[in-house]
Design a protein around this ligand. Sequence first.
Ligand code: PBG
Length: 332
Amino acid sequence: MVEEGGRILRERRMRRLRGSEGIRALVRETSIHPSNLVAPIFVRDGIGIVEPVEAMPGVNRYSVDRLPEYLERLSESGVASVILFGVPGLKDERGSGAYDPAGLIPRALRKLKEHSPRTVAIADVCLCEYTSHGHCGLVQGGTIDNDATLPLLARAAVEYARAGADMVAPSAMMDRQVLAIRSALREASMDEKIVMGYSAKFASSFYGPFREAAGSRPAFGDRRSYQMDPPNANEALEEMAQDIEEGADIVMVKPALAYLDIISRARARFDAPIAAYNVSGEYSMVKAAAMNQWIDETAVAYEMLLGIKRAGANIIITYFAEQIAKWLNRER
Ligand code: PBG
């Protein structure tokens, strides 16, 4: 410290450590590696199909036979993990496509493991893409029946694990879904399979483009009786604590950007790995602004992912995975 005119000046000058890229890199506190990123993939029926999702420029729905070429590109970019969503042509009241052993996701998983066995295969476990009413659970008398849904989620998880999924990720927001899946996996002698709970999943308006991609918009009502109320942070931590107790290995916060406080509090409280889902609306907003030349797309996307990582997420699920991974590889 130096004194000047009775005032104490600190000797520390913050700009010293910003003078060159070498120094900046030396003191950089947060970094993103392609292996931290998970790419979502939409799988659809049919043969030879790569179908663009209108509300998500750059994102496609792939038929099972066209998956290998995309998996190839991803692994070249260094993205080693994918999460699969099924978009079936036929839907019914009970979402039976979700737990059909010959359904879309089991077929996609077998293709994936045959083609790129080292890719970490995560399967989303939910009914909404498979039900005619678009809700995440069974509808009985106009409401979503929690406990009647649990065995169906457990069946789906077991089928996906059997087909080669390394990890299952229940996203239906039914109470005790992790426990039901954990027990079913143990009974099927697959206790080694990882469960990633969509633990703190909010009833968010940021899911709009995904519902176009997956055709999973609810036909009546909304998801507010099972997904979380956006103002609640303490409740989100309680959801995560319960999922860990029920046997989740990884807990998730979703969406990411409007919920960074929850990621940061979860990081301070839990030792389990934390995943954050940078959801469809967060992706499409950046794309739309960039298409108008209002922002620099890759720079903005990277800065958003950095914020999510800095808040404390280990794993980021993002539609930008391939694009950012390629850009990170160029930077190095
Ligand atoms: C439900 C599910 C949803 C998303 C992931 N899993 C949609 C919903 O709850 O309506 C949203 C992901 C996104 O918006 O990118 N199976």
